[in-house]
Design a protein around this ligand. Structure first.
Ligand SMILES: Nc1ncnc2c1ncn2[C@@H]1O[C@H](COP(=O)(O)OP(=O)(O)OP(=O)(O)O)[C@@H](O)[C@H]1O
Ligand SMILES: Nc1nc2c(c(=O)[nH]1)N=C(CO)CN2
Length: 199
């Protein structure tokens, strides 16, 4: 009997399932609507396991810019982490995302934080990648309160680099942590209408 998480297709193939954690951020345009639009698109795929509340977070990385809106979302599907990266890049492009300053302002950012292969037998297996186009786990997530705070809300027992994320969060800058503000649930928006001003 196949009681594991792999999906058996009508042809009898069994596709592996991945549990993947995505960080969504925006600080240009209608940031709340943009982040909510990403969540709505993932819901349309039927892949969303849990979504954090929406948070207002101070900019991380030393560039002076407006506060961000951030959400962390756990998805579970046959999509590999690389497919999630491509999916996110496509939404970033539709949100007119540009890359001008490293760690600078943006309409939309979709980062893949970590992923686990849900094996049929035994526990989840960490996915590692040293490909510069997809580093896994994300090399800077453990020092970002804007990722860890929402992630802790939805997966309080999650671990990154072998360490509980609440411990990692406690080691982030106290002033950054203190300035994070809970806004509320992610609003429902139309996945087919990117909230972008045409210019
Ligand atoms: N885990 C990952 N998630 C998202 N992008 C990644 C990841 N690993 C590598 N990349 C690559 O990073 C490149 C730059 O991404 P991006 O412009 O979003 O970076 P950033 O958000 O400014 O900074 P950071 O990578 O520190 O979050 C992209 O080309 C992407 O392929
Ligand atoms: N608070 C916060 N700071 C950031 C964010 C973000 O999403 N939230 N994204 C960045 C781009 O890499 C740089 N700094």
């Amino acid at each position: 009997m196949n009681s594991g998480p792999a999906h058996t297709s009508p042809l009898g193939f069994s596709a592996p399932m991945y549990h993947t954690v995505l960080s969504l951020g925006s600080n240009l345009g209608d940031s709340e609507a943009l982040v909510a639009w990403v969540v709505a698109n993932a819901r349309q795929l039927g892949s969303v396991k849990t979504v954090s509340s929406m948070y207002s977070t101070p900019p991380w990385g030393g560039v002076e810019q407006p506060d961000f809106r951030n959400v962390t979302m756990a998805v579970e599907s046959e999509y590999t982490p690389r497919q999630w990266l491509l999916w996110g890049s496509n939404l970033e492009a539709r949100a007119m995302r540009t890359r001008e300053v490293r760690w600078g302002p943006r309409t939309l950012d979709v980062d893949v934080i970590a992923s686990w292969l849900l094996a049929d037998d035994g526990g989840p297996l960490d996915v590692f990648s040293d490909d510069p186009d997809l580093l896994l786990p994300h090399p800077r997530a453990h020092e970002r309160a804007f990722v860890l705070t929402p992630w802790l809300e939805i997966e309080p027992h999650a671990r990154l680099h072998g360490r509980p994320i609440d411990e990692l969060l406690a080691e982030t800058r106290a002033d950054e942590r203190a300035a994070i503000r809970l806004i509320g649930p992610v609003p429902d928006v139309d996945p087919d209408q990117p909230p972008v001003c045409a210019e």
